[in-house]
Design a protein around this ligand. Structure first.
Ligand code: FES
Length: 166
């Protein structure tokens, strides 16, 4: 059975959020176009971009909240809510779709009972689309944590999901 590694981010208490976000902004202040690196750093810290971080970042960068929020929602890499214990990513790009990716995605959604960007009610698995994992010749491809899995088929997926939910 495949075992997935835990997510790499550190969970921090939300109480010191504003101060910590200001520190993160200060750490990136010298960069040109610091917003994306700041958002990545915030997500690395809390596992998602907390709503309360948006006005702090906006004020520090002299942007509107809508501008910051727009970037958070535009890029699939950023999460507005904490992810589940495991994040299962399924490739939705062309080569994997041509090798049966759509059927694998449908099966994953049915088995987990969730859609894209959702987390199972038990908090075990978050399902996310990804657009190419660099394993195009071995599609359909998937990723759990930092483990990339090629040639995904129904049986492999069933086993994987069973392991993630155990
Ligand atoms: S298209 Fe799926 S890994 Fe490249």
């Amino acid at each position: 059975m495949m075992r997935a590694r835990a997510l790499p981010f550190r969970k921090r208490p939300m109480t010191d959020l504003a101060d910590r976000v200001r520190d993160i902004v200060a750490d990136h202040a010298a960069l040109e176009g610091p917003l994306l690196p700041i958002l990545h750093a915030v997500q690395a810290e809390w596992g998602h971009v907390p709503e309360a971080a948006v006005p702090v970042i906006a004020e520090a960068l002299n942007l509107s909240r809508a501008e910051v929020y727009g970037v958070v929602t535009f890029y699939h890499d950023f999460r507005e809510r904490p992810a589940g214990q495991h994040v299962l990513k399924l490739c939705r790009a062309e080569a994997c779709q041509a090798q049966g990716g759509a059927g694998i995605a449908k099966l994953a959604q049915a088995r987990l009972g969730i859609g894209w960007h959702e987390t199972t009610p038990d908090g075990r698995v978050t399902l996310e689309p990804v657009y190419c994992l660099g394993l195009c010749a071995c599609g359909p491809s998937a990723m759990v944590g930092d483990q990339v899995i090629g040639r995904m088929d129904r049986e492999k997926l069933e086993t994987l999901i069973e392991g993630l939910r155990a």
